[in-house]
Design a protein around this ligand. Sequence first.
Ligand code: ADP
Ligand code: MG
Length: 226
Amino acid sequence: TQQLIMQKEKLSVIGELASGIVHDIRNPITSIKGFLQLLNTEFSNNRYFNIIHSEITQIEHIANELLYLAKPKETDFKVELLAEIIEESLALFGTEAFKRKINIYFKPEKYRALFVRGDKVQLKQVFVNLIKNAIEAIDKKGTIYIKIDYDATNIFASIVDNGIGIPADKIHKIGQSFFTDKTEGTGLGLMVTHHIITNHNGKIIVDSKEGIGTTFTIQLPIANIK
Ligand code: ADP
Ligand code: MG
């Protein structure tokens, strides 16, 4: 019957989602286990503590994302320095980018006067998702630039990657519920990102060329400077 088919579809969506989430959690766990073992040897190194910390924070972000889906309306809006939010999001990817030979360029000190009004945890979630996608879009060596611009009413933060790009016929699917074209993707990232940004009266602008790269721009209303 129809009812039964619907149930089956639901289960497979949950199954796909679960396998993507498990994959995202398992990677940092594997890394944490490895570095914990190294800490116990003569190769022990202070840097390993930072790596372990950043891997644990990755897992924390995945938990936040799931929580956001469960309770999307709990927000805590304050005036925040956008560059700081991006800087803290980037801090999570040190090891990942290093492993993958990706250079990430961002100069937070250039943007010390640009504030937005928002929920810091949620906005960090947005930038973590966009940076993660940019890293995953680069298959060999690559570069990610992050820039902030503004006009009288808005701030624009752009994440520019030279990864695989998005084919023109797929760009409209991006951000639709659970859309992913990665074997171990969840399609959660842009969905949550879109919810958060809309809730902040902002916009997401995508510009992409297959084989050349992708730019995601987050537009947010500028907040009065403190
Ligand atoms: P996931 O990363 O789990 O697949 P997302 O919602 O984060 O889910 O992204 C959805 C899809 O959008 C990705 O599977 C990918 O096809 C596409 N995408 C997002 N960001 C980029 C990017 N920077 N470069 C190329 N494709 C991207
Ligand atoms: Mg993603």
